[in-house]
Design a protein around this ligand. Structure first.
Ligand code: X8Z
Ligand code: ZN
Length: 599
């Protein structure tokens, strides 16, 4: 969630100016007291502005129309008028010069004030206004884009379902190509946004927009990219084994010679980010056929209430937008799942297009993970400025952890997705965990997404090389290739939602994937005392207590400390590699005699 709004910019400016006068007056009584007074006002104003902007943005993404875009743009400008106000920036900077005399949580809030201001620094109102207008336009174009196949409209769910089930390579290629139609339409907006995003970031001294985003991890661009490269180096042997096994399987499935790299349309995901539907023995789609989309969301809620959390608020059910637009309805909405903390308090909503299948079963659990994180830290001990995850990856990790847990066999039996007496092949489920939710995902998120965005924002890659660089990374990191040449008329990166509306964020999902195995291992071993690959969180309040301790802190503490206190460990792929150890041995045996990898 990016941008915001208010009622009147001049009122805000008057408040801000009068605040700056009173700060000087209280300086003599001590910096802590001065900071407390400042932050009291900023927190109140911030929460109010977030609410107004989020409400306007919610309207804009759930019902794309020019009047909703216009309202969202105005709301974004109003938010920036407050959050990016020079008076706030000056006072936060002045106070941070005395950080040693301030409580750590005060310093964290002041730093957050500056990070928030850097998204819309009103030291340069023209630039901020242009950015907000361009962001609004790009989201609107993304959310209202109509994909076509053979002259017919095709939805994102339709494309995903086709790729999941259709075995005709010609059809698959046509669907895959259709899914790339939005790229050229979105490229000009993205070219412009690269300049504007970098421009706002530089206004407050960040070298580019990527650097601004990783600052919330207290890291530099180079440190973040190195961390992602470390993930890939450590997991590479496992990935190469999986890649090899999969390409032999798929060559057999499609009656084709075994390729070096896997053609993108052979994989069931539009970006080859998750390799789903490859393992028949672990394919649950049929199990959801008789369920309703409502059952999917309710079952996800029950996962959390079973851990001892309250039910979702009434308003969640009233105000969320959970299901696809009904046939015949002309409304256009964003088709990518998200969860919103509208008022940084109890107004929590989710935007989804849930159908009864495995993908939405997992996604619903993921989204409610955000919702329960919001609920856990919305308490007086956490001020609105710090009502975020310990870092963004922690927020993603909760949902990912629960998505992992809700796919484990004992849990599936407990909720009746699998019959209680089902005989399952444990390797099939482990293989599916690796392929569908974890290992190829690292090479997509740490590799393609992170490196491409770093090139765009930090290394100023020229737009006439965007698509070539994208596919170079897909080939090199994922070992995947396009079904046919993809020249610079295409902009395949821009077909991915986050490239447009959540820029320089995607490494957070890679960190979340690594974190989820650390949390999961701790829970399985120390709380449930069950095997990590096959355990059941259902109705275990101790698990809820463990996660609540992490979530209820919001961003009050440094994420490294939160992780160490929770698990006794720093960020590491150790638990992830450990989880898949039995699989590694199995794959090596299966792949004997085959050339491993694609080089
Ligand atoms: O975007 C999401 C969530 C919303 S935060 C549905 N995810 C990434 C994606 O779909 O690309 C979840 C994992 C990866
Ligand atoms: Zn998420």
């Amino acid at each position: 969630m990016k941008w915001i709004h208010s009622t009147s910019g001049s009122v805000i400016l008057m408040i801000a100016l009068s605040m700056s006068v009173s700060f000087q007056a209280v300086a003599a009584t001590g910096y802590q007291e001065r900071a407390d007074r400042f932050l009291n006002l900023v927190n109140a104003g911030y929460q109010a502005m977030v609410r107004v902007e989020s409400e306007a943005q919610w309207q804009a993404v759930t019902d794309v129309r020019p009047e909703h875009d216009a309202a969202a743009e105005t709301a974004g400008k109003a938010r920036a008028a407050f959050v990016g106000n020079p008076a706030l920036i000056r006072e936060a900077k002045a106070l941070l010069e005395h950080r040693k005399q301030l409580k750590p949580v005060t310093v964290r809030q002041l730093e957050r004030v500056l990070l928030n201001a850097a998204e819309g620094p009103m030291t340069n109102p023209q630039l901020v206004a242009e950015r907000i207008a361009a962001e609004t336009q790009q989201s609107s174009a993304l959310n209202s884009f109509v994909f076509r196949l053979n002259g017919q409209t095709i939805t994102a769910n339709d494309m995903d379902n086709s790729l999941q089930t259709n075995r005709d390579l010609a059809v698959r290629q046509a669907v895959w190509e259709a899914s790339k139609q939005s790229g050229p339409a979105l490229k000009p907006g993205l070219v412009r946004l690269r300049e504007l995003r970098n421009g706002v970031a530089r206004e407050l001294g960040h070298s580019n927009y990527f650097a601004l985003q990783v600052a919330s991890y207290d890291m530099t661009t180079e440190e973040m990219v190195r961390l992602q490269d470390d993930f890939m180096r450590e997991l590479r042997p496992l990935y190469l084994q999986l890649h090899t096994w999969v390409k032999y399987e798929l060559a057999k499935r499609y009656g084709q010679p075994v390729p070096k790299r896997i053609p993108a349309h052979w994989i069931n995901n539009r970006w080859s980010q998750n390799w789903t539907g490859l393992i028949e023995a672990a394919n649950l789609d049929d199990r959801f056929k008789d369920r309703s989309p409502e059952w999917i969301v309710k079952t996800a809620e029950q996962f959390y209430t079973g851990l001892g959390y309250p039910k979702l608020p009434e308003s969640f059910w009233k105000l969320s937008d959970l299901y696809p637009v009904k046939p015949g309805e002309t409304r256009k909405k964003n088709t990518h799942a998200s969860c919103w903390h509208i008022d940084l308090d109890t107004d929590i909503r989710s935007l989804m297009s849930v159908e009864a299948n495995t993908q939405w079963f997992e996604t619903a659990h993921h989204e409610l993970g955000h919702g329960y994180y919001f609920m856990a830290y919305s308490r007086p001990e956490v001020t609105p400025l710090l009502r975020t995850g310990a870092n963004p990856a922690f927020h993603e990790a909760m949902g990912e952890l629960i998505a992992l847990a809700c796919g484990q066999v004992p849990y599936l039996k407990a909720v009746g997705v699998l019959p209680a007496d089902a005989q399952v092949d444990p390797i099939a489920f482990l293989l599916n965990d690796a392929l569908a939710g974890s290992v190829p995902f690292i090479f997509w998120s740490s590799g393609v997404m992170t490196h491409w965005e770093a090139d765009i924002y930090a290394h100023n890659l020229s737009p006439d090389q965007w698509n070539a660089r994208w596919w170079q990374y897909v080939r090199d990191f994922q070992g995947v290739e396009p079904p046919a040449a993809r020249g610079e008329d295409y902009c395949d990166a821009a077909t991915k939602t986050h490239i447009n509306d959540t820029p320089c964020y995607y490494y957070s999902y890679a960190v979340a994937t690594v974190l989820k195995f650390q949390f999961h291992e701790y829970i399985a071993r120390n709380i449930l005392k069950q095997p990590t690959q096959s355990c059941n969180y259902a109705n275990r309040r101790e698990v809820g207590d463990f996660l609540r301790k992490i979530m209820e802190q919001g961003a009050n503490e440094d994420w490294r400390k939160v992780l160490r206190e929770a698990t006794g460990e720093s960020l590491s792929t150790r638990a992830m590699a450990e989880y898949f150890k039995p699989l590694m041995a199995w794959l090596q045996k299966q792949n004997q005699g085959r050339p491993i990898g694609w080089e």
